[in-house]
Design a protein around this ligand. Sequence first.
Ligand code: DC
Length: 225
Amino acid sequence: MVNGIQIAIDGPAGAGKSTVAKMAAEKLGFTYIDTGAMYRALTHKALTDHIDINDEDAMKRLLLHTDIHLLPSAKGQAVLLDGEDVSEAIRTQEVTKAVSAVAAHPSVRLLMVDKQRQLANNKGVVMDGRDIGTDVLPHAQLKIFLTASVEERALRRFKENDGRGIHTSLEQLQADISERDRADSERKASPLRQAEDAILVDSTSMTIGDVVEKIRELAEERMVR
Ligand code: DC
């Protein structure tokens, strides 16, 4: 690959993966690919069309008839679902609560992974998700496992919500995050785990800027090799 390397960023919910991945991609001039947004888009469509998210066959059929596009935008990335911009709609509590069940279906994952590999083909990419280093891009030149304590992740989400005028209880956020960690780590199909060759970055006491800088340095090292 002449123009860049593949960077995989995995980790639990709320560790700051997408913010960091977006900024690192911008600094390096790479394409950012938010794989969680793809699972969210499918989940949003199922909820809108009243499809049972626990019915694996129905979800696979739905995905086969669904067009998901990720486009660069001023905010980092726009998500187009069958041509419609759903960038905001896929972030609701309803979608967030339902998406783990959708992402647990092996046949849905197979199709998604295939699509994600095509998106990463032959260019510099920063891709974030749960299984990027372990499954989607096993040969990525740089793999980061980004984590932070449950308390810190809940606090970050609390502040983010507060800034948007949404008032939530910190205890509830901690409970939700712990539950998503459990669902994503314990599922049978590609559970969340750190790849053997991934670098662990604990962002609990790091700023976003610190994490982005660390990733940029590691990427530059790998590019000159
Ligand atoms: O990162 P996120 O919160 O947008 O992810 C949404 C859900 O999708 C989350 O429950 C984990 C799942 N996911 C996954 O299983 N594999 C990925 N590569 C990305 C996300």
